[in-house]
Write a new protein. Structure first.
Length: 69
């Protein structure tokens, strides 16, 4: 799935480290914001990668999670 996007994934992960450290420096309150930012960045990256794989006019297929018991 990340064929051709490996460096983008790596750089987002690398950027998450200083964001998390900055959140810790802000007396722990910033960790909440840092986690939200990193989560949104990863979701945005996933969306960009999954839509770039789809052919024009085709929406990407996402398999639903299996039901939990």
């Amino acid at each position: 799935m990340t064929n051709g996007h490996g460096w983008k994934v790596f750089l987002i992960g690398l950027l998450a480290i200083p964001i998390g450290i900055a959140g810790l420096i802000c007396l722990g309150v910033g960790v909440i914001i840092a986690v939200m930012w990193v989560s949104i960045a990863l979701a945005s990256l996933y969306h960009a990668v999954s839509t770039s794989r789809a052919t024009p006019g085709q929406t990407p297929q996402v398999n639903p999670a299996p039901p939990t018991t």
